[in-house]
Structures are given as structure tokens and as C-alpha cells.
Design a protein around this ligand. Sequence first.
Ligand code: FAD
Length: 430
Amino acid sequence: EPVVTIIGAGLAGSEAAWQVAQAGVKVHLYEMKKEKKTPAQSTDKFAELVCSNSLRGRSITNAVGLLKEEMRHFDSLIMQAADATEVPAGGALAVDRNLFADYITDKIRNHPNITVFDEEVAHIPAEGVTIVATGPLTSDTLAADIAKFTKSEGLYFYDAAAPIIEKSSINMDKVYLKSRYDKGEAAYLNCPMNKEEFYAFREALVNAEAAPLNSFEDMKVFEGCMPIEVMAERGEKTMLFGPMKPVGLEDPKTGKRPYAVVQLRQDNAAGSLYNIVGFQTHLKWGEQKRIIQMIPGLENAEIVRYGVMHRNTFMNSPKIMQPTYQTREREDLFFAGQMTGVEGYVESAASGLLAGINAAKLIKEEAPIILPRETAIGAMAYYITHAEGKHFQPMNVNFGIIAPLEERIRDKKERYTAIAERALAIIEKI
Ligand code: FAD
């Protein structure tokens, strides 16, 4: 009898196992945590939430809210568990993490189509339909085997990223388009600062609160990639000779050179997202928001991805993956979860959902599903397979990666509602 082998019973692997099993196909699920835990885990339960207990926004005018609603349509186990174990959290869907993991563990361990093996897998199985969903802290031997499969530059072990901003939230009256010394096409959005603004900004950076380091994270690995707050601390003017250097960036309106400049670089082909050049950071998210909104033009910035510096095993998916979560090289080998470059609990589960559906379809000799970019699930699959740039970076779901509407709707809430309704109408038909 054909079987789908799934490695890892985290957010993605548990959801994938459920989808395959519910489609009537047998699953062999391997999870190592009973014998060996990752440094972030503390229980033997499946789908452990290792940090926050929040699955973030509830409303469909929030991209992660839309993503959750789409998952409910596919009878997602993660969403069933979340809805059954929620705790009060205002606009967010937060859960009791123990009840949540218990619910999932129980459904998976007792499913007639699922056999669980409590062991570590060291190699990608050479044949058979397989979903690898071993997460950001994939064990070393398997990570080495995945690195071999993805060849050189195919697998990253650390993630150091600058924040990404939605272009529609930038005040274009305050910023200007220009490349340094007008070399090449004008490609950067420049946010000019005067002297007072610069020193207030530096002061805020120096005094901001950093996120705690995990015991398995060693900042030394980030040499050559200094967090902006560390650079600010090095000296009053250090940033002025680094990413905030104003030379060659005279404001075309006045011809004058600002005291300092923050540059934004286009981050996706559609031009809807911009990253802040040189601003990789380890600050807490609330602090990042406060400080970014001090930058002229970014007072109302919508941050779609915060800066991070942490251990994170993820693949160069644009080179390796298909939007079905199959690899390009082997149609019977799927990857899912954080390791494909989606970021977050819900996003990981959603990728597991699609991988699971498609793995079952492959066994049944049915055509795989590719969801369109108008949907949140489809937009994520598209992002990880089409993102540009030298260094692919994981991303949370956000409206910037979902296909824009044909008509222009100025009001943000109305716009997001229209995008969400369009997405759900598509999902309804599947
Ligand atoms: P995981 O949930 O990690 O599941 C992978 C599973 O595979 C694990 O159970 C692991 O034991 C198992 N495994 C690994 N190697 C092997 C092997 N060789 N053989 C068998 N089993 C194996 N996201 C948020 O949305 N909110 C947060 O607050 C948040 N905090 C995070 C904090 C930390 C420290 C980290 C590392 C990540 C955090 N994330 C957070 C990001 C991400 O959402 C989570 O890591 C999420 O759990 C990823 O889901 P996953 O299914 O890809 O991996």
C-alpha cells in the first residue's frame, strides 16, 4: 500500500499528516522530540508553540487573518485546534499552548491512517512520496543531507534581515527616488534627515531594547552583518559613514545634501514592498516599529516583516521549490514549513496543508493544486518560488505579496476587505 512519509510533527508536519490521512492515504510520521529535542522545545507534544502563544490577527482585513480563514475552508487541523483552545486576546487569536498541542497530538496519534515513529531521521528517503517539515532547527545530520540535496548555496543556517515596509504606507511627499551619484536607474527611495532628526534617531536606537538571545544563538556568527543598533552605539557618526551616508544623495527638489539619509530598496518584483538598506536588527518588534516611524516619510509605515537575527534553517526556495511545495528535482519530494522560507506558525501550517493535499493527490494520481496569487496561501507559495534578490529571505504573509486589485481603493480597510473577499470566493470554488 502506498504511504506518504512525513518528517517532523511541528506546525507544518502535523497539518500535512492530517491532510494526507483525511484524504484516505496512509502516513508514516517521524518525530524525534521524544528522544532528542531542539533547543527551543520543552515538551513531547506535536505542534509545540515554542515562543508566543498567539496565531496573530483574527480579522480578514489582516493578511494572517485571511490565511487562517482560507485554512478553515480546507478543514485545517491547526485551525480546529486553535478555535477549540483559544484564550481571550482582543483582535488576535491566541491559544492555550498546552491544550492546543494536546488536541493536535491526540488527533494525529489516534488517526487510523497515521503511524507515528518517535525517532530522528538522518537522511532524506531515497524514494517514495516524502514531506520534509523539520523546521528552523532541523537536526544537524538531516540538515547536512538537505544541504547536499540543495547543492551549494541552497541552504542557509542563519537569518539576518532588515525590516520590510509596504510601499503604500510610505509618505511619498517626504521621500525622493534617486540612486547614489545618479548611477544607473534611480532605484532607491531616500528618506532625508536633518541634524536634529538624526541625533534623536541615534539616541532612540542606542536606548532601545533588544530581543533576548536564545542560548543556542551566538551573535559572533553575524560578523560582517552588524545590527544597526550596535553600529549606532559604536560612535555618534558611525552610521553616517555606513548605511546613512548622505553623499551623492542630494535632494533633487532642493539640490541640497541632507545631514543623513535612510535608503529603501525595492524588495519584490511588483514594487509593493521595500526593505531598509543596512538595517538588520535584533531589537524587539515594538521598538523597531517605534524607531522606524521616526524616519521622515515612514511615520505611518506598515511593517510587513520585522528585522531578525537568529538561527534559522531555510532553503533558497526560488531555486529549489515549486508552488505545489514539491521540489523541482524530485516530484515525490516535498518540503513544508519554516524551512521553505515562509515565516511564522500559521504560515508554516498553511504550507504543510498545501503540501499534504498535493502529496495525497500525487499518490492518487490526481493533478496537484496550485492556488492563485489572489489567495493568501497561493501568494506565499508564489513568494517562495519567485522572490528575487541575491539572498532569499523568509517572510510572513502580508497584503504586499497578494496580487493587487484591479480597481484602486484608497481606504486601506476597504481595500483589504475587497482583497480578502476575492480570495475567499476563489477558495470557495476549490
Ligand atoms: P517546527 O514547528 O519546529 O517543527 C519541526 C519538527 O521537526 C519539530 O517537532 C522537530 O522536533 C522535528 N525534527 C527536526 N529534525 C528532525 C529529524 N531529523 N527527524 C525527525 N524530526 C525532526 N513563529 C511565530 O509565529 N511566532 C513566534 O512567536 C515564533 N517564535 C519562534 C521562536 C524560535 C526560537 C524559533 C526558532 C522560531 C519561532 N517562530 C515563531 C517561527 C516558526 O513559526 C516556528 O519555528 C514554527 O514552529 C515553524 O513550524 P515548522 O513546522 O516549520 O517547524
